[in-house]
Design a protein around this ligand. Sequence first.
Ligand code: NAD
Length: 459
Amino acid sequence: MAEGYQFDLIVLGAGPGGYEAAFEAAEKGMKTALVEKDQVGGTCLNRGCIPTKALMRSAETYRAARESAELGVEADDVRFDPVRMMERKEEVTRTLRDGILGMAKKKKVALYTAKGCITGAHEVLLDDEEGQTLTGANILVATGSRPAIPPIPGADLPGVMTSDELLDLREPLESLLIIGGGVIGAEFAVIHHDLGAEVTVVEALDRLLPTLDKELGRGLAMNFKKQGIDVHTAARVEAIEARGGKLACRYTEKSGTIETEAEKILICTGRKPVTEGVFSEEVLASAPLLTERGFLAVDENYRTAIPSIYGIGDVTGGIMLAHAATAEGRNAVAVMLGEEPKIRMETVPGCIFTSPEIAQVGMTQDEAKTAGIEVITKKYPMSANGKTLIEGLDRGTVKLVARKEDNVLIGASLMCGRASDIVGELSLAISSGLTLEDFADTIHPHPTFVEALSECARG
Ligand code: NAD
């Protein structure tokens, strides 16, 4: 395919979208280059999914040790070592990065450590010492996203952080105020609460996790309050000020204006695309490549306005999840090869690693209503699930949404132990067109969290 070009495909960005697409392309016989300016692994591996979960593992172990007397296990003088926690997090990420480098070698993907700039429909200029230009039949932009900072007065004060900086904090925190009760806010609230900090969450909309089924956000707020995390919803942040070595955040909610002091403030109110320097001025002027909000504009086949240039993952907006980017990358490679993309993007599961975990896939009841689909919903309280009681987990539910006409499952939301694993079964069920009866008649092991699915479908 690469007649006249050095490569069949040049991928910009080695996150889970870019490196998986490069591996898939190489697997399918395409001569592939992967260009990355930083470490391989992207946000997921270096500043997102993996490091947060590694820290979460340390934090939950610390909490479990403190609370172990409840289970009849006495542990005195339990302490945590933040430096060791960071070292372990780095060991985990290093191992996974080495795995990606090994795979690139094995699959003969040419890895370039440089910033790439698209200077033509088939050209990428590298900022390495030689300043070389790579040519490719296809170019895939998978440059990801980074934290967006809203225009809050005082947001630039020392001690006001994004998740990137908070992930490298090597000292224990006494208090943390989180602006934004979305996915990042919920997960960092859990980590720092488990580590013993006083945590406050301030969310602009009327519930936590506002993009998910409303019962999930409300259930999480109840669990947070029970655990001692202070939650403020429908709250408008006015300003942050430095005061006596601390930071004071002023916000207004229904009951009036409140000021909360904290040692650090985390801002996690969404992310923005990384597009700066990805295209030369001439290329940007030649076609409408970006949306009004600055995302890379692509069609349903991941193509930009320049047909040889494709885009996937966070840089294109949409669902900002590692596994969604991976699926889009594999679909985009299929399109480049003239094949039908196989992965169905309507069943992208979303998971939040709180305690209990939260997961959602397919349509919510409200989304189905908006789409004019008549549904039946089945709910099961996890307080009736043996494994939940054994594990001592807080309140949770399993909810299945099925089409009324044929009982085919179209969505599910979970707040339960191991929800992030269980949702995989639901994802497969939705994409396979399974019904509530299929779940009811499937033997699930006992005692487990996942048996709640058949109980729920039977109920
Ligand atoms: P998000 O969109 O999930 O949440 C941002 C929240 O901030 C929203 O609830 C929004 O209403 C609120 N907000 C916006 N402006 C505000 C303001 N001025 N004051 C108070 N609240 C305000 O974004 P995020 O949590 O920053 O996460 C970014 C992306 O990263 C998301 O797309 C998320 O899916 C992804 N991510 C996923 C995982 C996971 O899958 N477990 C983990 C972390 C991040």
